[in-house]
Write a protein that binds this ligand. Structure first.
Ligand SMILES: Nc1ncnc2c1ncn2[C@@H]1O[C@H](COP(=O)(O)OP(=O)(O)OP(=O)(O)O)[C@@H](O)[C@H]1O
Length: 280
């Protein structure tokens, strides 16, 4: 049910695509995440949106994050910024990343400050042109910032001041990034109010909750009140790896099972992405 299906990952091209898009996927395309309970493909469109993934250790967050990064790697119209406290999850994609940050708080802050400065420049451009969001013709490339594990940088490594700066930068990038073509994909195994305060959670248009220990952790990802209406990630059986509840802006949580790419498939995607990006 959740095995890799290239037809889902590489949807048929629509007629009328521009020549550059023949070279690869686009970050404007829907991204294949997996299948719902009726076996229907579930996609998310991340351009102008962000996604938050949360749940217990081992529930399937990194696999889902990997699916998104794999799609983005094959898009020639987005730069990847990978921040991976665990190092090994996103490392295979380092060859196609603009920046790869492992468990290094100083580097993480340097990269985020640079991103914030880029954001300022994009907003200046928007102000000058009188528009509200960046479009491809503006000449700014989309960026996808993938963070595997928020808590690592906000409570584990670095000094209190550095953790606070990390939080402030992420909040700003998530809040202003959408319109400026900067997408944040963040995962956390600690869905608690100190790691994901409501004010931050509400900035994520998509939220994906994998198995959680308590209703309140599930609500921290999906939104307050969903557990009391019967939508809780506590119900997901511990052996149901990769099963989660996806909530899209304003919608009801939808149960899905994510697709699973094995290490070899990730390696093949990286090889293809290196080639595509060189040719672009
Ligand atoms: N969709 C899936 N299909 C099949 N197996 C899966 C799926 N998702 C996750 N798994 C299995 O569960 C394991 C743990 O998944 P993953 O590493 O994504 O968890 P995690 O939530 O990121 O854990 P942690 O928070 O500890 O990093 C994977 O190595 C894989 O074996």
């Amino acid at each position: 049910m959740s095995s890799f299906d290239p037809r889902q990952v590489f949807p048929r091209r629509k007629p009328g695509v521009t020549p550059t898009r023949w070279l690869g996927l686009s970050i404007y395309d829907p991204i294949y995440l997996g299948v719902d309970t009726r076996g229907k493909a579930v996609h998310v469109t991340l351009m102008y949106r962000n996604i938050l993934l949360g749940g217990e250790p081992g529930a399937g967050k990194s696999v889902a994050l990997g699916n998104i990064v794999a799609h983005a790697a094959l898009c020639i119209d987005v730069d990847l910024i990978l921040i991976d406290g665990k190092i090994v999850e996103l490392l295979p994609y380092a060859p196609v990343a603009e920046e790869f940050v492992g468990n290094d708080m100083n580097k993480a802050l340097r990269v985020l400050r640079k991103l914030q400065a880029d954001l300022d420049e994009r907003y200046l451009h928007l102000a000058r042109t009188g528009r509200k969001k960046i479009v491809p013709e503006d000449g700014f490339r989309a960026k996808l910032v993938a963070i595997d594990e928020l808590a690592y940088f906000t409570v584990t490594v670095g000094t209190k001041e550095q953790q606070e700066e990390f939080r402030t930068l992420i909040r700003d990038i998530v809040a202003r990034g959408r319109a400026a073509g900067i997408i944040v994909v963040a995962a956390t195994q600690r869905p608690s109010a100190d790691i994901v305060p409501t004010s931050l959670r509400d900035l994520f248009g998509y939220r994906l909750a994998f198995r959680c220990a308590t209703d309140s952790s599930s609500d921290i990802i999906l939104g307050t009140g969903w557990a009391s209406q019967g939508h809780t990630a506590v119900d997901i059986a511990p052996e149901s790896l990769g099963v989660g509840l996806l909530r899209a802006e304003g919608g009801f949580p939808r149960r899905l099972k994510t697709a699973y790419l094995n290490d070899n498939q990730h390696r093949q995607i990286v090889r293809r992405a290196v080639h595509l990006r060189r040719a672009a």
